[in-house]
Design a protein around this ligand. Structure first.
Ligand SMILES: O=P(O)(O)OC[C@@H](O)[C@@H](O)c1c[nH]c2ccccc12
Length: 279
């Protein structure tokens, strides 16, 4: 594993908490019958929605304040807004998440649900059923192949998160078929969409590729899609304000029906038809 003195203090504290949770006793292995993530992305594409994983993220080390709304209500509005899948934080101490929240959300919706947590030990996989689990290459280090196998044995689909080409290579060597490139540097907690653009060209074609973090506008969505993203993972920009409208604005980024100039952070002029399409 990498030298953790390089990590932001908040991230070191998150990892220490994750290791404590790994030590908690669990009874038995979960056996998941997962909802197919790739199929959910294909369904979105087929009806003109950008495949989007919307994240229920009550708070985070880089967010001000905590959103107190019922996570199930938020999740339902994300699906109503067109999200192809959901991500639910289960990390309790720094992101306001819980495994109970994930269970409730997964019961309430029929899209695939990603468990967003800092998994570092096999026992943590048994804390709750989800359709997809996240493994962060940087944090699992040499254990990646074993954890990937352990997750698949239980029926989970696995999203392996990378931040640079070296981690990408490790993910591909381990046999990852769904890879996320995190635009947020976990050492500094700074976001740079150029991260995805620099890593994406090296990702094999048969991998399902997800752009994660820092995507805030339809312009950002188009930029990540142009760089090769099959799908996007968005938290903060959706959690801030009207969750359903925020989701809809991003999933329609390629539909040509957004208000000219609305939310476009890239300064481009949108000359396409701005007529509202009925839903
Ligand atoms: O809120 P954002 O910038 O849209 O980011 C969402 C998601 O990518 C981010 O929450 C995330 C990516 N990888 C993680 C690992 C752990 C916790 C959180 C994350």
């Amino acid at each position: 594993m990498e030298d953790q003195t390089e990590l932001a203090p908040a991230v070191r504290s998150i990892l220490a908490a994750a290791r404590d949770r790994a030590a908690e006793g669990r009874s038995g292995e979960v056996a998941v019958v997962p909802r197919d993530l790739r199929a959910a992305f294909d369904r979105a594409e087929a009806d003109g929605r950008v495949p989007l994983i919307a994240e229920v993220k009550p708070t985070s080390p880089t967010t001000d304040g905590t959103r107190e709304d019922d996570p199930v209500a938020l999740a339902e509005r994300m699906v109503a807004g067109g999200a192809a899948a959901l991500s639910v934080l289960t990390e309790p101490e720094h992101f306001g998440g819980s495994v109970e929240t994930l269970e409730r959300v997964r019961e309430a919706v029929d899209v695939p649900v990603l468990r967003k947590d800092f998994l570092v030990a096999e026992s943590q996989l048994d804390a709750v059923e989800s359709d997809v689990v996240l493994l962060i290459a940087r944090f699992v280090g040499d254990d990646l192949p074993d954890l990937l196998a352990a997750a698949r044995d239980r029926g989970f689909q696995v999203l392996v998160e990378v931040h640079n080409r070296d981690e990408l290579e490790r993910a591909v060597d381990a046999g990852a078929s769904v890879i996320g490139v995190n635009n947020r540097d976990l050492a500094e907690l700074v976001v740079d969409l150029g991260t995805f653009e620099s890593v994406a060209p090296h990702v094999p074609d048969d991998v399902t590729l997800i752009a994660e973090s820092g995507i805030g506008s339809p312009g950002d969505v188009r930029r990540m899609r142009a760089a090769g993203a099959d799908a996007l993972l968005v938290g903060s920009a959706i959690m801030d304000g009207d969750v359903e409208a925020n989701t809809r604005e991003l999933v329609r980024a390629e539909a040509g029906d957004e208000e000219a100039g609305a939310g476009g952070a890239d300064g481009e002029t949108d000359t396409r038809d701005t007529t509202e399409t009925p839903t």
